[in-house]
Design a protein around this ligand. Structure first.
Ligand code: ADP
Length: 557
């Protein structure tokens, strides 16, 4: 320090501890490097720009995403690097530099190579220490690949939808085709089977002619069975199967099958037994027709594949409950036939499969029987299983749930009356037959005549309505498909006339249908029919329907 005259007097030492400042500045340096590193290596495209839109720093990802050369951009203007930036984006930049935060989740731009690039972005201002805006920060994400994947997925989904619709249309077309085919094939079959049946029963027919007629009848029957199998299978495939539940005696079904198939076992000199365990409940509530179909198929197979020994069909309480928890009843068919190898037993339930290729050559068959039976068993709430030993025999077990709702109707009464000319006396009915096909018309007239009826005739719907209003028949057999006016329209007109005149009695109308489509059957009931009969018409079915009509019973759709 100095005196007043400027002379140096001594020394003053001042020291300041700047450790803290050094530490803070070092730390700041560290955190700045850290921040730089953080931005540079961030797995996202980030860019920091000043208020003049000049680059201060970017992440590596930014350089990659926008195909830039490293080191080329710091200090350069964004608009210099991207000369084609659209005005829309320049406006956004200005808004952000004025303090706004902007974002877009689905934006796009066109690259120099002409390809469109999709991106998500966010732009926000960054602030200096004093609080003023120092520039803007971009965060962007190129989503072109995601977009492409999403577009591909959407395309695939719409293609799948198209294919599904085409498949549905195809399925519909298939069902239509089957309906038409079944109609076309069943109609002439009615003539063949019906007349063969009458011929077999005709008196004074030379013996050889009788055997020819029998051959026509049995060949026709098996043709019809194959046709039915194929139709059944397509219907199961299309999910169009309907079951009609009634109360029925399980024992009676077993006895029926026995009676029906006995001639076949006799021909092959096989013993044919019935084994009914007394502990089995007698009545079931299910589709008796379908159960018969399954048992006929199983028993038919047993006879087909057995050359010596015996066949046994029977009933017993099921050992185990069904999967649904229901108590079950077992129908079983046991044979002492050729058996099925262990590795084949599961496959034979698949469609068109036969245990070995020589089977079809030797025994015929389509390989559909068991597939249909298994489907049917499951559809009725039950199951079908098989066990077998080669050279010893096979047993097929068809289990059904035992469930009879309270107050279920009792089974329909048996036909019971003799099928001859006395029949009409017990069941007096004035019958009108409406059928355009000559062969079918004469066949049904003949069958009716054998039961003692002289029926009125109409050749189409228009004639049917006329005859009905003139003659007031009690019973009408109504063909569905006819020229000029079909059976549905005719029924509607008849019901309308009946409603208009209370003295007009209600005629029982039974549809004659070769068309087994469920929809048609439903329509029959919708237009006011009481019952339906599938062609080919059998004498017993004809008689049963007439009995129902004279008792005033209808069949549920
Ligand atoms: P199909 O009898 O028309 O060939 P199924 O589906 O009814 O068709 O039977 C499939 C196959 O299962 C038969 O071809 C046969 O090989 C075998 N099979 C069925 N039942 C028996 C049986 N009781 N004994 C021996 N093999 C049988």
């Amino acid at each position: 320090y100095y005196g007043a005259d400027g002379e140096a007097l001594g020394l003053i030492g001042v020291s300041r501890n700047i450790t803290e400042r050094r530490r803070v500045s070092d730390e700041l340096k560290v955190s700045e490097t850290l921040l730089r590193q953080f931005i540079q290596h961030a797995p996202a495209a980030i860019a920091m720009l000043d208020t003049k839109m000049r680059y201060i720093q970017t992440s590596d990802r930014w350089i990659q995403d926008y195909h830039l050369a490293e080191g080329d951009i710091i200090g350069k203007s964004h608009y210099e690097i991207f000369p084609d930036v659209p005005q829309r984006w320049k406006d956004i930049h200005q808004r952000v530099l004025a303090g706004a935060v902007e974002r877009n989740d689905e934006d796009s731009f066109i690259r120099e190579d002409g390809n469109t690039e999709w991106l998500q972005w966010e732009a926000r201002p960054w602030l200096k220490a004093g609080g003023e805006i120092g520039g803007l920060i971009f965060f962007t994400k190129v989503i072109t690949e995601e977009r492409k994947r999403a577009d591909a997925l959407a395309d695939a989904l719409s293609l799948e939808k198209e294919l599904r619709e085409a498949a549905q249309a195809g399925n519909h077309a298939k069902n239509q085709f089957l309906a038409v085919m079944s109609h076309e094939i069943r109609t002439p079959m009615t003539g063949i089977l019906g007349f063969a049946e009458l011929l077999v029963a005709a008196p004074n027919l030379p013996e050889d002619c009788q055997s020819y007629a029998k051959t026509i009848a049995t060949s026709g029957e098996s043709l019809l069975r194959i046709l039915n199998d194929i139709l059944d299978f397509s219907r199961l495939e299309a999910g169009g199967l309907q079951i009609e539940k009634t109360r029925f005696s399980s024992r009676e079904i077993v006895r029926d099958i026995h009676t029906l198939l006995q001639p076949g076992t006799n021909d092959k000199h096989l013993e044919f037994h019935i084994a009914i365990d007394d502990a089995t409940p007698e009545f079931l509530w299910n589709d008796a027709g379908r159960i018969r179909q399954v048992l006929l198929n199983l028993t038919g197979n047993a006879i087909k594949f057995t050359t010596e020994g015996s066949i046994t069909i029977g009933l017993r309480p099921a050992k185990e409950a069904l999967e649904s928890g229901a108590v079950g009843v077992d129908f079983f068919v046991k044979d002492t036939g050729m058996g099925i190898p262990e590795n084949e037993i599961d496959h034979i339930f698949k469609p068109f499969v036969q245990a070995d290729s020589s089977i079809s050559r030797q025994y015929g068959g389509t390989g559909l029987g068991l597939a249909i039976s298994k489907h049917l068993a499951e559809f009725m709430g039950g199951k079908l299983t098989g066990r077998s030993e080669v050279g010893i025999g096979s047993e097929f077990i068809f289990t059904l749930p035992l469930s009879i709702p309270e107050g279920a109707l009792s089974a329909l009464p048996e036909a019971g009356t003799l099928m001859d000319k006395t029949f009409a006396g017990f069941h007096p009915l004035r019958i009108l037959l409406v059928e355009d096909d000559n062969v079918n018309r004469s066949l049904i007239l003949l069958m009716l005549r054998k039961l003692g009826y002289e029926a009125l005739v109409a050749k189409d719907g228009i004639e049917a309505v006329e005859v009905h209003s003139r003659e007031h028949p009690d019973f009408i057999f109504m063909d569905l498909h006819m020229p000029r006016m079909d059976g549905f329209e005719a029924t509607l007109a008849i019901r309308k006339n009946e409603a208009a005149d209370p003295t007009h009695p209600h005629a029982y109308i039974a549809a004659l249908t070769a068309n087994i489509v469920t929809e048609d059957r439903r329509r029959c009931f919708e237009v006011g029919m009481d019952s339906y009969m599938n062609k080919p018409i059998k004498r017993t079915l004809l008689a049963e329907t007439l009995i129902k009509a004279s008792n005033g019973q209808t069949v549920s759709p």
